[in-house]
Design a protein. Structure first.
Length: 154
């Protein structure tokens, strides 16, 4: 009898555990998109090529088509305006991404910073804070910076 009740309840109440892979995947995509959009806006100057770069990075990282990546970008851009803290998004990155994936995210964040050809002090401050929040070591923070810088020069 207890198993029947438990089965019935689990069929009508959505699970919040690891069985909900689709929701978790969408959540991590959104969290990464929010961080990329946040760094894009850090210098308070928005360039169209920065937007294009963020969309392209989302396409590459999550193997999305342009339409899905653009929709994700727009959703993150709209939500970012109301966001008060990065904690929700960085904690999700910490719990769901491996260290190599976090390093790739840090490299992508630097690519967005370098997209306009200069590193603004607000961008520098925010990306350092993000690195701390997602637990990327200082050595890898610097390494990701150099990788991004080299990829924009070449």
């Amino acid at each position: 009898m207890f198993k029947q009740i438990q089965s019935f309840l689990s069929s009508i109440i959505p699970s919040s555990g690891p069985h909900q892979k689709t929701g978790a995947t969408e959540d991590i995509r959104f969290s990464v998109a929010i961080l990329l959009v946040e760094i894009m806006h850090a210098d308070h100057v928005l360039h169209e090529h920065e937007q294009s770069l963020v969309i392209r990075l989302l396409e590459q990282q999550f193997v999305l088509d342009e339409f899905a990546a653009t929709a994700l970008f727009k959703s993150a851009n709209d939500k970012m305006k109301d966001a008060v803290s990065l904690h929700e998004y960085t904690s999700r990155v910490n719990s769901e991404l491996s260290y190599p994936q976090k390093f790739q995210l840090m490299t992508n964040l630097w690519k967005v910073v370098y997209a306009d050809g200069q590193v603004d002090r607000y961008e520098e401050h925010l990306i350092r804070r993000m690195a701390d929040l997602i637990h990327v070591s200082h050595k890898d923070f610097i390494r990701s910076k150099h990788l991004a810088e080299e990829s924009t020069v070449c």
